[in-house]
Design a protein around this ligand. Sequence first.
Ligand code: SF4
Length: 326
Amino acid sequence: MSPLLELVAVHKAFSPNEPAILRGIDLSLAPGESLALVGESGCGKTTLGKLITDLHQPTAGKVLYKGQDLRTMTKKEYQAYRLKVQMIQQDSFAALNPYKTIFHSLQAAMRKHGFAKDQNEARRKVHGLLADVGLFPTEQFIDKYPHQLSGGQRQRVLIARALSVEPELIVADEPVSMVDVSLRISLLKLLRRMNQKYGISFVYITHDLATARYISDRGKLLVMYLGEVMEVGDIRQATNHSNHPYFRALVAAVPQGVANRQYTVPDLPLKGMDIPDIKQLPTGCIFHPRCIYATEKCHMQKPRLIQQGAAEVACFHLNEIEESFQ
Ligand code: SF4
């Protein structure tokens, strides 16, 4: 199946005098497949989300949608891409116009792009969308203003708004981080249901590894550190067996009490908790200042992603590390 989305050797720098915030990112997503993008704050995952939605453009490399480079699309193709790739933001209050009712917020794009021919059809469809995202009874929500809803309800409205233009890919940037903990899993399960029901691909950006596995049962998990990919693999296998020392440390940091935790790796200490300054990137493997397995080679050379079981991992010493746990 040809990819829905591809990133080829993508670099992104915001200033020519500073190191690129993203370096050498390759990524491929099939139609209906989802991706959980995890990493600490400042690792570049939000920037990557904005490159996928073309809110930022790469300094080098390409972003392709259905095999076409965004920069060489015709105007018509680009408009279709912008419609088919939607973004759900973290702050649902800022993302919704406080002076517009939920109906007006949801019907605007629908009417503009011909998904509803008149008000009556738009209203019928908005009722359907609200039902789809679990806002029952829909009559109680459709004419409300954003401030009359809870954070979790507003986030569901944002999901409904993204769905209103029949997208093929939704980029969700920390969509549950501002929602009460008790509601997070139900919102992620809603995204997963939309993936299964409509075949929509999701890119779920999060610093919270514990929630990543709820986004999809078919897809990838990509671990970023300081603007580079450390590990990418099947989401189910990756959350059960991590390879890269950084990913192992992230998994070890997930609280033992998290429901459904199936991780089996022992705790793994880091040399230090401080993330290096992006302006002074370490030589060789960028993780070496924090890695307890770092050798001379790690200081000097940058590891490439290599196949390790079902995953691809950027580390020189995977076999030795694996043996040390046996
Ligand atoms: Fe650690 Fe070396 Fe592997 Fe980097 S390449 S993660 S420093 S062992």
